[in-house]
Design a protein around this ligand. Sequence first.
Ligand SMILES: NC(=O)c1ccc[n+]([C@@H]2O[C@H](COP(=O)([O-])OP(=O)(O)OC[C@H]3O[C@@H](n4cnc5c(N)ncnc54)[C@H](O)[C@@H]3O)[C@@H](O)[C@H]2O)c1
Length: 450
Amino acid sequence: MSTEREPIGVIGTGYVGLVTAAGFAELGSEVWCVDIDAEKIARLQQGEVPIYEPGLKEMLAKSAGRLHFSTDLVGALEHARLLFVAVGTPPTHSGDADLSAVHAVVDAIPASDRHALVMKSTVPCGTGASIQRVFGEQGKVGLRYVSCPEFLKEGSAVKDFLHPDRVVVGDNGDWAGDAVIELYAPLQAPLLRTDIASAEMIKLAANAFLATKISFINEIANVCEEVGADVVEVAQGMGSDARIGPKFLQAGLGYGGSCFTKDVSALKLLAGNSGYHFQLLNAVIEVNELQKRRVVSKLQKHLGELAGKRVALLGLAFKPHTDDMRGASSLVLAARLEAEGAHVRAFDPIAEVQARKLMEQLDYAPGALEAVADADAVVLVTEWPEFIELDWRQVAEAMRGTLVIDGRNALDADAVHAAGLVYEGIGRGRGPEARSSEPGGQAFMSEESA
Ligand SMILES: NC(=O)c1ccc[n+]([C@@H]2O[C@H](COP(=O)([O-])OP(=O)(O)OC[C@H]3O[C@@H](n4cnc5c(N)ncnc54)[C@H](O)[C@@H]3O)[C@@H](O)[C@H]2O)c1
C-alpha cells in the first residue's frame, strides 16, 4: 500500500466516523480523528473500541500506527486538508434533523484556502448550500465543500466500507471533489459524481425508499394474516422479480435504528418545509409505529390480560451484529408490555450495556435460557444467530407457558412446534400450519394459534 496517500481528518468517532477512519487508514492514509467526547477519545487512545461492530476492532488495530485520536479539531487541520464530518444529526422535537453538531464543526473551522469539509453525516438537502453561505458570511470563502453521503449498514459496516455498492460525491467540481474521488479509487466502486444538492437527496431518498419497502411488506404481512397467506412465501415470490429484488422484504416488528426513523422524518419535513406534502412517507411512518405494537395484540390474543404474565424478549438491539439501541423496536415493545402489567425479562448477546442506559428498570437475564425460564411467552425481537440455533426442547422445558412469537420470521417454525410450543410469526397466515395439516403433514395448528 502506498505511503503517499492523502492524510485525512475525521470529525466524530461514532459508527460512521470510526469505520471511515479505520477504512481509510487501511487504504494507507494517516487519519486524524477528532471528537468532543474526551472520554471516548481517551478510550480510543488506549486501543479500546467504544462500539460493537464486527471486524472494526481488528481493522483499527491493524492500522493503529496511522490512526491519531484527539479532541483538537484545529490540530487535525495541520495534518489534513480534507475533513470528513461524521457527527450525529439526530431528530429535533419537530422531527427535522438537528444540525447543531454540524454547525459546531462549521463554526470551529478557521478560514483557509487549503481545506475542505467533506460531509458524511446525513443532512437535509440544502445543507451544503447553507453551509457554503455561512462560510461566506464568516469570511471563510476559501473553504471547499463536498457531500459524500455514507451508506454503510451497522452490523456489516466494515465490509460495506471496503465494498460499497457505489460512492456518491457531490461537489462544485473543484480540487476537493477530485481528492475525495482519489481517496476512494482503490475500492474500485461505481462512482456517481453529482452536484451537492443531488448527493444529499440521494441519501435521504435511498433510506426513505428502503423504509417504504419495509412498511410495504409489513402491510402485506398484516393482510396475509387476515386472508390466510404466508408473507414469507409472498415475499419470495415478489422478490424473485428482478424489478423488485428480495432485499428489505422481510416482514417483522418494523424498522429501527438511528437512520431510517430520523431520515424518513427529515425528508418528510424537508418536503413540508419546501411546500410539498409527502403523503406516502406519513403512511410509512405510521405503519412502522403500529407494527412495533402488533406483538402486544398477538400476546393478548393468546394470553388474554397481560398483567402478571411473564414475557421473555430475545434480543434488544435494533438488528443483529450491533449494540446500537437507537430506534430499537424492543424499546417500544418493552414499554408497552410493562404498561400492560407484564413482567419483561430480556437477553441480548451484545447490546445489554447500551440497553441499560435506556431501560434501566428491565430485568436482564445472563443468557437466552435464563430469559425464557418460567416465561408465559417468548418474543424473538432481534434475530441474533444464537436465537435461531436455540434448542427449542430446552426452551419448552424452561418455560411455564408455550407461546413463541417470532417477531422476525427467522425461526424454524417446525422445530418450535416439534418442541411442543405454539409458534406465531408475522404475517404467516395459515401458511406453514395449513401445509402441515394437509394429508400426510403433521398438524401444526394448536387451539392457541387458531
Ligand atoms: N450509524 C449508521 O448506520 C449511519 C449510516 C449512514 C449514515 N449515518 C449518518 O452519519 C452520521 C453519524 O452517525 P453515527 O451513527 O456515526 O453517530 P454517532 O452518534 O455514533 O457518532 C457521532 C459522534 O460525533 C461526535 N460529535 C458530536 N458533536 C461533535 C463535534 N462538534 N465535534 C466532534 N465530534 C462531535 C459524538 O461525540 C459522537 O462520537 C449521522 O448523520 C447519521 O445519520 C449513520
